[in-house]
Design a binder for this molecule. Structure first.
Ligand code: HEM
Length: 411
């Protein structure tokens, strides 16, 4: 019943079978038209989890995002599942799971590592990383864009930012894939329990060792900045750095990879759009924004109502979960003409990095730079690349990403 509901009352938005081939776009279209703030009664796989409100239009997502006093990130966590994959305590220890004023103090300190100047300084280094990986494919006929291109590039970029040695990139990528994709049987064959028992302690242990090294011998990486950052005489405590490190490596590893692979797939599927970029590479930044709009790396983030309120015409009670579906709001027909059309000249505003407000993505400028460089360097080398098999999505209503995207490099 959940997979193909006849009525919207019966629809359970996060059921796994709906997400097997990516986000259920037709269902979200129905919701935007008929029931823009929709109640899902349960999450069958996790019977102990409460139901949730789905927010599906761009205006409503904007409203929730900007009103942190009514819609809290701290009260109940930031994903539709409160406790089932990542315990609430863990989410709340990261600033993505805090409300002001705690959130603002930490974010301000972390922002020191993400100033526009600091990001721009990395352009040459990021290009060298992308070129190194793509040149490594020179003798290959085919590759998997996920594992052969995106993963090594994003891991090394965030790794170099944080000060992780290159030989540890694969270990970190594995740890992040199992942690974020904990519900997907391919990404994490041993199940969600092993994440908490084995992977999370390993992540913390590795962070602590790196922090200790930077305390003794500062370098110019972000971990050093965090260890020594001071605002009004206050320093970050070790657990704050560890949790921030975890958040940054997780966000840096998964998200950019997801949008790159889906964007490249769209360019392969629409050679006319790709030709526009080959003819005029100055259109690539617009193609990056269009890829972010159509394929946001996170399908949703969540808030919890701090009081009885109303959204649209829908009453919401204190304590209820409110899920902002970016995969829906970014295709809202009231904002975008023909929203399912991939148009590299559109240069759209979108909500892939959140809809503004306190929790707007810290890494947006870095992600945009990485994506531009990756598109530029991939298109320059493999202008006629085509799919060499079918794509496969992570089975997740949270991470919106391909697990595999085989490509023929020079057809
Ligand atoms: C395509 C790439 C990316 C996408 C689509 C993306 C998307 C998002 C979204 C939707 C949020 C939550 C917004 C909200 O709740 O209102 C977020 C938060 C965040 N992102 Fe990103 N992100 C990307 C890349 C990155 C990168 C590369 C980093 C860091 C290296 C990063 C670090 C963060 C952090 C730290 C937060 C929490 C901000 C806060 O709570 O104040 N992101 N991101």
């Amino acid at each position: 019943m959940a997979a193909d509901p006849t009525t919207l009352e019966e629809l359970l938005v996060t059921e796994r079978e709906l997400w097997r081939d990516g986000p259920p776009r037709e269902l979200f279209k129905r919701l935007r038209a008929q029931c823009p703030v929709h109640w899902t009664a349960r999450i069958t796989e996790y019977p102990e989890e409460a139901g949730f409100w789905s927010v599906t239009t761009a205006d409503d997502v904007h409203e929730v995002s900007h009103d942190w006093a009514t819609y809290s990130s701290e009260l109940g966590g930031v994903t539709a599942l409160t406790d089932a994959i990542m315990p609430l305590e863990l989410a709340r220890a990261m600033f993505i799971g805090m409300d002001p004023p705690k959130h603002d103090r930490l974010k301000m300190l972390f922002q020191r590592g993400f100033t526009p100047r600091r990001i721009a300084e990395h352009e040459d280094a990021i290009r060298a990383i992308a070129v190194g990986v793509l040149d490594g494919l020179a003798d290959r006929e085919t590759c998997d864009l996920v594992t052969d291109v995106a993963q090594p590039v994003v891991s090394r970029v965030i790794g170099s930012f944080m000060g992780i040695p290159p030989e540890d990139d694969e270990i970190w990528a594995r740890l992040m894939n199992t942690t974020l994709g904990a519900g997907d049987p391919d990404l994490n064959p041993e199940g969600a329990q092993s994440v908490m028992e084995r992977d999370v302690p390993e992540i913390f242990d590795r962070c602590r060792r790196l922090i200790a090294e930077r305390r003794e011998r500062p370098t110019d990486d972000l971990t050093s900045v965090l260890v020594h950052a001071e605002v009004d005489g206050q320093r970050l405590e070790e657990h704050e750095i560890v949790m921030g490190f975890f958040l940054l490596v997780a966000a840096g590893n998964d998200s950019t990879k997801a949008t790159y692979c889906s964007g490249m797939r769209a360019l392969m599927d629409h050679p006319d759009q790709r030709q526009l970029l080959l003819d005029d590479p100055s259109r690539i930044p617009s193609a990056v924004e269009e890829s972010l709009r159509m394929f946001p790396a996170f399908a949703h983030f969540r808030r919890t109502a701090t009081r009885d309120t109303e959204l649209g015409e829908q009453a919401i009670s204190e304590g209820e979960k409110v899920v902002m579906w970016y995969v829906s709001s970014n295709r809202d027909e009231s904002r975008y003409d023909d929203p399912d059309r991939f148009d590299v000249t559109r240069n759209p505003e979108h909500q892939a990095f959140g809809a503004g407000g306190r929790h707007f993505c810290l890494g947006a400028a870095l992600a945009r730079l990485e994506l531009r460089i990756l598109f530029e360097e991939t298109l320059a080398r493999f202008p006629a690349m085509e799919p060499a098999g079918s794509s496969e999505y992570a089975e997740s209503p949270f991470v919106n990403q391909l697990k595999t995207q085989p490509a023929r490099l020079r057809p």
